[in-house]
Write a protein that binds this ligand. Sequence first.
Ligand code: ARG
Length: 246
Amino acid sequence: ATRVLIAALGLVLLFGTGAFAQKTYVNGIDANYPPFAYVDKNGEPAGFDVDSLNWIAKKLGFKVEHKPMEWSTIVQSVLSNKIDMVYSGMTITPERAAKVNFSDPYYSVANVYAGKKGSGLTVDKIQHDKVRLGVQSGTPQVEWLKEHMGKEGWNFTLKFYDSAPLAFQDVMNGRIQAVAMDAAPVNDAIGRGLPLAVIDTFGEHEDFGVAINKDNAELLELINKGIKMLKADPYWEVLKEKHLKG
Ligand code: ARG
């Protein structure tokens, strides 16, 4: 009887100290990056990555809050612990990996040039004919284009955008002629009826990973475990079908 009493007391203590309370992790997202992460019409975070992380959190017993942040300074927000991670279509790059840890890669996309449907633009034209080319600030595409511009004498004018939809808008109204970005948001926009067309791919494909503060080994382990579980679960195919059909 004493033992039972002690066990019961122990449980009460555990609950009381919050040992069973679920931890909440804050995920920084780009609010305008469908199909990976975005804020939907009802103001709710949505997308492939948002659904993935919600599933992982449920399986592994933690809570998650998705917080829209500015993309170009989002790694900085991980470093200053404003957010715990970025699970939002982030490409694993050496520059970022010097500052934050990355989870195992969970998805790959191509880089593409896209223009207005029927524009007649070619890669050659884009790279040599002083085309006004839109890019999203703080992305690896910017670095890649700048590097090649210097080395290979490519000649275009870069115009910087805070989000992909803003760049698409300017392609539509002719302020820029083409965009250079991940294929996924382009295909997503085309899937929703925007008259854009992929012109060609460029560079290498992009591997997406989850960025986490180097001080938080525990979270890195948790996320890697979760990604592994998710990819082995039938829900992974469901998610791809739901978000990445385009
Ligand atoms: N994949 C590119 C990068 O990592 C573009 C990302 C743009 N926004 C986003 N939420 N994934 O910078």
